[in-house]
Design a protein around this ligand. Structure first.
Ligand code: ZN
Length: 222
């Protein structure tokens, strides 16, 4: 785990916020939200993620994401299908499983290396970010622990907006927990690029199933 200076945290927060605008734009309710509502959503998500991060690390200390997975009696199940599964990971609360699409993760890592973005790959950074993201969806479903603001917010908004808020919070939380300075949404963008590259490479699958993945990437299972 990395130690983060306050400046670095602020820069990371700004990067997440910029990425969050793309998450909002991709969502089914994005077009209907006012600028003020969007700013409020981002503020709420920031508060929720910070609260979850503070509570989790207060109780269990700062650890690698997959350590918490074991702590919460969840398990990571690796699935190996890059296409047509347009997600890095999925959380299944009933099965207590985080499904990790290791094939897509490996493909996107190769793509990032080819693009000269080794800094986004690091030592399993994408895997950690994907697990941390899904872990936050789990935390949002534990009664009273941690007392995430997302839980309060869930009661006073439309389902689609609540879903979006939870998604933004999961993105910010994953960034805080893994300690990265870039936006987690950079991986979503890289995956979309990879899919486009794949389509242009002559296989029909890239475009056939609706082109680049949109909200499916790192989106919680409904
Ligand atoms: Zn999600």
């Amino acid at each position: 785990m990395r130690a983060a200076s306050p400046d670095r945290v602020d820069a990371a927060g700004a990067a997440w916020r910029r990425g969050g605008l793309e998450t909002i734009a991709r969502s089914s309710v994005g077009a209907s939200l006012t600028r003020a509502h969007i700013e409020d959503l981002l503020d709420q998500a920031e508060g929720a993620a910070q609260a979850s991060f503070a509570e989790l690390t207060r109780v269990l200390g700062l650890r690698a994401p997959e350590d918490y997975v074991r702590e919460f009696a969840l398990r990571v199940e690796e699935v190996g299908q890059a296409w047509p599964l347009p997600y890095f990971a999925l959380y299944d609360g009933d099965a207590r499983v985080i499904e990790l699409n290791t094939t897509l993760i490996a493909e996107v890592e190769s793509h990032l290396r080819a693009m000269g973005r080794e800094d986004l790959v690091g030592e399993g950074l994408l895997r950690q970010v994907a697990v941390a993201h899904e872990l936050h969806h789990h935390l949002c479903r534990i009664p009273g622990q941690p007392r995430s603001l997302v839980r309060r917010w869930r009661e006073r908004s439309t389902a689609k907006v609540r879903e979006l808020l939870e998604e933004l919070a999961a993105e910010r939380f994953s960034q805080l927990l893994v300690g990265i300075g870039h936006a987690p949404q950079d991986y979503v963008q890289a995956a979309a690029q990879w899919v486009r590259t794949r389509g242009e490479g002559g296989t029909s699958a890239g475009g056939a199933a609706g082109g680049p993945p949109h909200s499916g990437l790192m989106w919680p299972r409904p």
